[in-house]
Ligand binder design. Structure first.
Ligand SMILES: [Zn+2]
Ligand SMILES: [Zn+2]
Length: 243
């Protein structure tokens, strides 16, 4: 498997991450990636930057170390209606939104409540990915959510930082990824790197996908034209943007 994008990474703008965007981009280039999503935590997380961080992302050059940097955010689901901790200004300023549950922004609810939170978040047209949905604390109805993701052209994430974690890998392998196949819901493999050495390091994820015979054509960042088609379908790239 040849991955060309890592769309969930953190910089020192999230205070529990330790590399700059320059270091992250260099690592992405060294690992052969063409796209890097800069997705620091949104404003309600305790380690997050000010809203201004997101509104000023436009100052970062489009390409660093030859890698296209996509301006993003990892937004929090704040309640079981799927309200996000973004603002109108943040949504205008970013190109890519990963959404996830984190404590204490949203206390884990029942399976039904967590499901409703995901379904509510999908109504936001800027949401591209439901990130690390494998967390055992936030159980949800994989069938309903992956069906809704497929209908809304939203991806489910295979988050590499969760592989090997108790509960998470089991949920991915036995419930979430099979539901994606059943409902034709496409996925993205991401590092969720908090240090640049993890960027684009997807070997364990590739092994898991091989183990379960996951259809490669459903992994959007395992092929450059497939990934760029996705960006275009989300109005993130136009033909004239392409290298
Ligand atoms: Zn997260
Ligand atoms: Zn993250």
């Amino acid at each position: 498997m040849n991955f060309i994008a890592d769309m969930h990474t953190h910089t020192i703008a999230s205070t529990h991450a330790y590399c700059t965007i320059m270091e992250n981009a260099r690592a992405a280039a060294e690992n052969g990636l063409a796209y890097l999503g800069m997705t620091d935590h949104c404003i309600k997380m305790q380690d997050s930057p000010n809203e201004w961080h997101f509104c000023n992302l436009v100052t970062i050059p489009r390409f660093l170390s030859g890698v296209r940097v996509i301006r993003g955010v990892e937004a929090d689901i704040m309640d079981y209606e799927g309200t996000l901790d973004t603002t109108a200004d943040i949504e205008r300023s970013v190109e890519w939104i990963n959404v996830s549950y984190h404590y204490p922004c949203c206390v884990p609810g029942t399976r039904e409540e967590n499901t409703m939170g995901y379904l509510g978040a999908l109504k936001n047209p800027k949401v591209c990915v439901l990130a690390h949905t494998d967390s055992p604390d936030y159980d949800y109805d994989e069938d309903r959510v992956t069906k809704a993701c497929a209908q809304n052209n939203v991806l489910i994430e295979l988050n590499c930082s969760r592989l090997g974690r108790k509960g998470s890998e089991d949920r991915l392998r036995n419930y979430i990824l099979p539901a994606c196949v059943k409902n034709n819901c496409r996925i993205i493999v991401d590092s969720d790197a908090h240090f640049c050495d993890k960027i684009g390091s997807f070997e364990k994820a590739a092994q898991l996908l091989r183990d379960i015979n996951f259809p490669l054509e459903m992994v959007v960042n395992a092929d450059i034209s497939r990934f760029e088609e996705f960006l275009k379908s989300r109005n993130i790239l136009t033909n004239s943007d392409l290298k």
